[in-house]
Design a protein around this ligand. Structure first.
Ligand code: ISL
Ligand code: CA
Length: 539
């Protein structure tokens, strides 16, 4: 496997609205991020990924962009952005921005011109005189009538996020120019939002009937998408020292390979979603009991599939997902299971992405009342659920488990009022428990989840075996243990994770006297403790 800086990096995702407020309006901002660079350095972060900070009416928290070359006043100014890029680089931290080009905001001047039928924007979006039965990812219909144009337009997400028509050659030109604009400002790459949905066949009438994601066969991993991405790679990406990570729902290892194969490299790596589905059926609102074996089988499959040919983006959390400890861990063994999950992920092959607060072991916010939620998806799903006849109680139960707001709460820095996040009440409430689970406390505690993450990050940083070595499952059929080996030349590591709330004797996976225990989350090493995790390296 060819070596590359982004394959040896730890990426830290910042959700700017909730990281650090600098001017007392309760909303995180760019100067706030800048002030926290020392924290990122101490953690060992190599690359920061910023969720969108562009001009936006904020229908979907910035994933609805009205100007790709400007900063939303909530976050600061373009000058603040340049200062942040400079300060991060001075601290030897790279920065990746979100590229959201499947859709724009309906308030983007292109859409405004398009609905009035003005060239060259008339066909920048998908317009049809007749309605289609497609459904939106956020619940409800995906085609909405526009009073001005007197036609229907496509929006796979909210009504205020019309989908761009990539068949229009000028759309491709515009996107390339936006990318160059940011790369020339010095950024180091892009996280490409829902990038496997950009190519579409909207002339087709209706979708094959399905109450969820009806119409998906007209746009998921469309061959056109591959052509678009190849063009972008040739024209833009290949000319800069940068990397791309695609957000690609509904890919499996085969379809993923068509994007990331070493010989194709439309994208450098991608976020797959299969392991986010191990506690639900097809879409997250249809929940099922979490079984560790499903997670293990899936992660292992991706390890094998990408090895030598592609590259994994490793993650357990982001701004769209519930907190991993609340899904795959055990609240009774909170710290222990948070560290175990981190260990499981950190020694696999791929680039690890840590989402802000994950390193503190933050659980779901699980707000009690619907009014406390801010996310458009949550609000839409509630309405859709009620229409389908689900009770309020049932819907709130789902929302407390699965709402995206579970992970979008402010970063708790200390136990002063508003947690050192802001001087004013934040735009969304804190995750309960912040008075103790915060950066200040965890920094002072050698046994904290944060201290453990710092160790993991350092261990990984210095090991070529972890970056590039072979991966091998151990005791694959075992439903409670996830164990694997990483090997390069003479170097060998064994990772053992106990996914159960019971102690177990350490299995005979090796002649343990030949190995050093380099890291563990346990106090007592006689038995593997509940949610114990151990990392061994051959002497
Ligand atoms: O969040 C999801 C399920 O709860 C996903 O369906 C999510 O909408 C999908 O992964 C796409 O996510 C990305 O694009 C959306 C935006 O709302 C998300 O925040 C973003 O990560 C539309 O831009
Ligand atoms: Ca602010």
């Amino acid at each position: 496997m060819k070596q590359a800086w982004y394959r040896e990096s730890l990426v830290y995702q910042i959700y700017p609205r909730s990281f650090q407020d600098s001017n007392g309006d309760g909303i995180g901002d760019l100067p706030g991020i800048l002030s926290r660079i020392p924290y990122l350095q101490e953690l060992g972060v190599d690359v920061v990924w910023l969720s969108p900070v562009y001009a936006s009416p904020n229908d979907d928290n910035g994933y609805d962009i009205s100007d790709y070359r400007d900063i939303h006043p909530d976050f600061g100014t373009m000058e603040d952005m340049k200062r942040l890029i400079g300060a991060l680089h001075a601290a030897k931290i790279k920065i990746v921005m979100d590229l959201v080009v499947n859709h724009t905001s309906d308030e983007h001047p292109w859409f405004q011109a398009s609905r009035r039928g003005e060239e060259p924007y008339k066909n920048f979006y998908h317009w049809q005189p007749k309605k289609r039965n497609w459904t939106s990812f956020f619940g409800g219909e995906a085609w909405t009538y526009d009073d001005v144009r007197k036609e229907y337009y496509l929006h796979l997400f909210s009504k205020k996020q019309p989908d761009l028509n990539w068949d229009h050659p000028q759309v491709m030109v515009e996107v390339q120019n936006i990318m160059r604009f940011w790369l020339d400002l010095g950024i180091d790459g892009f996280r490409c939002d829902v990038i496997n949905l950009i190519g579409k066949e909207t002339g087709d009438p209706n979708g094959r009937f399905s109450p969820i994601l009806c119409g998906i066969e007209h746009y998921l991993n469309h061959p056109k998408t591959h052509r678009y991405l190849q063009t972008i790679r040739d024209e833009v990406i290949s000319k800069y020292d940068c990397f791309t990570v695609g957000e690609t729902g509904f890919v499996n290892p085969d379809t993923a390979m068509q994007y990331v194969d070493e010989d194709i490299r439309e994208l450098d790596m991608l976020f797959q979603f299969e392991h986010m589905g191990v506690d639900n059926y097809y879409v997250k609102w249809f929940m099922r009991k979490f079984k560790p074996i499903r997670l293990k089988k899936n992660l292992s499959e991706w390890q094998h599939a990408m090895h030598q040919h592609g590259w994994n983006a490793l993650y357990l959390e982001n701004h769209d997902q519930p907190r991993s400890i609340s899904r795959f861990g055990d609240p009774k063994y909170h710290e222990q299971s948070a560290k175990m999950l981190a260990t499981m992920m950190f020694f696999q092959q791929g680039t690890p992405f840590v989402y802000q607060g994950q390193e503190l072991g933050m659980p779901n916010a699980s707000f009690e009342h619907l009014e406390e939620y801010r996310d458009i998806e949550t609000k839409n799903i509630y309405k859709t659920g009620k229409k389908l006849g689900f009770s309020h109680r049932r819907m709130m139960k789902k929302i407390r488990m699965m709402s995206r707001d579970n992970a979008r709460t402010p970063m708790p820095w200390d136990n002063t009022v508003y947690a050192g996040f802001s001087k004013a009440e934040p735009w969304i409430s804190f995750t309960p428990g912040w008075e103790t689970r915060n950066v200040q406390n965890e920094s002072a505690d050698k046994k904290s989840v944060l201290a453990f993450y710092r160790k993991l990050i350092q261990l990984r940083k210095h090991s070529k075996t972890i970056h590039y070595g072979d991966y091998q499952d151990i005791d694959f059929g075992n439903p409670t243990f996830y164990a694997y080996r990483r090997m390069l030349d003479q170097d060998e590591w064994i990772i053992v994770c106990n996914f159960s709330n019971k102690p177990h004797p350490l299995p005979n996976y090796a002649n343990w006297s030949d190995f050093n225990l380099v890291l563990s989350n346990e106090e007592n090493q006689e038995m593997m403790s509940p949610y114990g995790a151990r990392v061994y390296q051959k002497k």
